[in-house]
Design a protein around this ligand. Structure first.
Ligand SMILES: Nc1ncnc2c1ncn2[C@@H]1O[C@H](COP(=O)(O)OP(=O)(O)OP(=O)(O)O)[C@@H](O)[C@H]1O
Ligand SMILES: [Mg+2]
Length: 397
């Protein structure tokens, strides 16, 4: 069995159909650092060493991957990825390999298994890039249905956290059609696409020049043009989240409604996933389908909060159904067209513009609950570095 977290025997049977088996000879170089990454490899038999060349040309062995382990996962995690390290067979070794095309076919055949695979790989990749420093709490807003109020609630939530003196950054990760800037009356000139174009290294000192401070929150806006979304790779996003995570108490992320590898990263990074939905039949149907996918990812139930937005009293029967979902909490935000429209028109979030309105009170209540829970879990989250990841690969063999 392979060391893919959360994979069952039957998941693996489905994955196997998309794998290509081949045997490599002792000392054969399987992947080379810096090469265009196209294949991820599982080791069926034998062993592989992972090496890095120093500037002086010496070879440093970072670790070994034995039967059951995998390497080269960066190939499946975004476009135009390069292998991070070189992998060399230590003996005659049988590999089971998955290409980018293979992953796409797997996604079509069994989205749940494909999603699970990406998540297992993300976790390893994330651990590889992580430093053992404390990270901000990450709150991702996601809706399976566009127009449900995701951005409205994310922006107001971030503003309310800032009003509670928290240090907050907001990332508009709806890369094609993000419009959080409209809600805070900002021109979107400083944005993610400009950042990626202008800066080679995505460290905080470089990122901070692209942040736009509104309502005491530092916003990193979405690209201005939908076609610019392509510039922002998954690993760019990962690096930005990591760099900002070290500077803030909270990162609030606005995710696009579709499910792709960017979305998976935003779900995975989240300490809390706020799922926004209307309390109606269309909303409920989509939530059921969404939670089927989420259910396969082995997240704890408390990670999820469902926000029944634009709630009206006549929708109580749907609320009862929402409460049956496998989530930590269901919260209602009342419908108030006038408050929402005025805030949007003036470019001032309703938390500031109409703090006593129904939606503002409901968001304030939500923030209170999140901060209350926060106080109960003060232990800093330590995440493993590359060496702990390699140790776990070896131990998992
Ligand atoms: N509680 C509310 N009461 C009334 N109107 C609301 C409420 N919340 C959001 N709206 C309105 O719903 C519309 C959609 O909101 P928003 O843009 O936040 O949704 P979204 O899910 O981010 O949509 P998109 O798919 O375009 O990203 C906006 O006109 C907004 O003002
Ligand atoms: Mg939106």
């Amino acid at each position: 069995m392979f060391a893919l977290k959360g994979f069952s025997e039957s998941d693996f049977e489905i994955l196997r159909k998309h794998l290509v088996r081949r045997t490599v000879a002792k000392n054969e170089v399987i992947v080379q650092a810096g090469q265009n990454a196209q294949w991820m490899h599982l080791v069926e038999e034998g062993s592989v060493k992972i090496v890095q060349r120093t500037a002086g040309g010496d070879e440093v062995v970072l670790g070994a991957v034995k039967a059951g382990g995998f390497f080269g996962e960066e190939a499946l995690l975004g476009d135009q990825q390069q292998y991070l390290n070189t992998a060399v067979a230590m003996e005659s070794t049988t590999l089971m390999s998955l290409s980018k095309d293979g992953l796409q076919k797997l996604m079509v055949e069994a989205m749940g298994v494909g999603t699970k695979l990406l998540l297992a790989l993300t976790k390893t990749y994330r651990e590889a890039l992580a430093t053992p420093e404390q990270m901000a709490k990450v709150i991702t807003f996601y809706t399976p249905k566009g127009g449900a109020g995701n951005t409205t609630l994310a922006v107001n939530f971030a503003c309310q956290l800032a009003r509670q003196r928290k240090k907050v950054a907001f990332l508009d990760c709806d890369l094609q059609f993000g419009n959080a800037h409209l809600l805070v009356g900002a021109p979107p000139h400083l944005n993610l696409a400009r950042l990626i174009q202008k800066e080679e290294t995505l460290v905080y000192d470089r990122i901070k020049g692209f942040l736009d401070r509104r309502c005491d929150v530092d916003f990193l806006h979405a690209p201005e043009q939908p076609q610019e979304a392509e510039m922002v790779s998954r690993s760019n996003l990962n690096q930005i989240l990591r760099a900002l995570g070290r500077q803030y108490d909270f990162l609030v992320l606005d995710a696009a409604p579709h499910i792709d590898d960017h979305t998976l990263l935003l779900w995975d990074m989240a300490d809390l996933l706020m799922v926004v939905s209307p309390a109606d039949l269309a909303g409920l149907t989509r939530l059921h389908r969404l939670f089927k996918v989420l259910g396969r990812l082995n997240y704890p139930k408390n990670k999820f909060v469902v926000l029944a937005n634009r709630f009206r009293d006549s929708q109580q029967p749907y609320l009862a159904e929402f409460n049956k979902l496998p989530v930590g909490h269901v919260h209602t935000i009342p419908d108030d067209v006038e408050v929402a429209a005025t805030a949007l028109f003036q470019g001032v979030p309703f938390m500031l513009q109409a703090p006593t309105s129904g939606p503002a009170q409901a968001v304030a209540d939500l923030v209170r609950q999140v901060l209350g829970e926060d106080a109960g879990t003060t232990a800093p989250q330590q995440k493993g570095g590359i060496f702990s990841r390699l140790r776990s690969l070896i131990a998992g063999a």
